[in-house]
Design a binder for this molecule. Sequence first.
Ligand code: PMT
Length: 223
Amino acid sequence: AEKKLLQGKKVLVTAGGTVERIDPVRYLTNDSSGKMGYAIAAQAKRMGADVVLVSGKTTERVPDGVEFVTVESALDMYEAVLSRFEQTDIVIKAAAVADYRPAEQAPQKLKKNNDELTITFVKNPDILQTLGQKKHGQFLVGFAAETERVEEYAMGKLRKKNCDLVVANDVSADGAGFGTDTNIVRIYDAQGLALQLPIMSKTDVATRILTLVASRLGSNKGA
Ligand code: PMT
């Protein structure tokens, strides 16, 4: 039988891409399939955790036995995550959250009256950074989707967002990042590179992340 490394732990995972509406039938999103986050939710459940999965747009099947919360926009995800943060031990943010949203959402379908259309975007709140400011003992795992200078940017996010670990994927590498069944990740902590993994299934990546988290739990209490 599998050892239940996360027995009794409350784990919140975000997955998928957010949808930022322009009008009732049009929106902006990104290439996240949800596979990475759904794999983490499923593995956390198998490892004994109570799991909440907060999900944006995806075509993945909801893993058995997890509490499932669907959201549309980054603002919806912000609310869903923040309202559950107090009761959570571990947060893993695999979702691809839109950094900006249209300043206004047209109540009716936009008409093609002009040759040009300008949409103004405003910044979304950074969910992970907000959690980093509020955390009291929770273990925070961020993701970093980078195309260059992976270590520098991942460490920058770890510090800025006060994360315990950052899972960096070079999303320009073959077999890594958005939409694939595999991923290639490097995991950083405050000291630098903690774990470098070769290409493997997102399920195996999830197991490795969660095993590392379990081994680190407790050492950050009171931090
Ligand atoms: O879903 P898949 O197709 O399986 O693809 C997996 C993935 C590539 C989406 C995943 O592995 C991944 O890298 N997720 C994070 C994508 C991302 O948006 O990274 P980022 O570097 O822009 O953001 C850094 C961290 O801050 C992320 O944990 C993100 O969830 C969080 N964030 C970002 C913006 C924001 N407004 N709020 C946030 O919480």
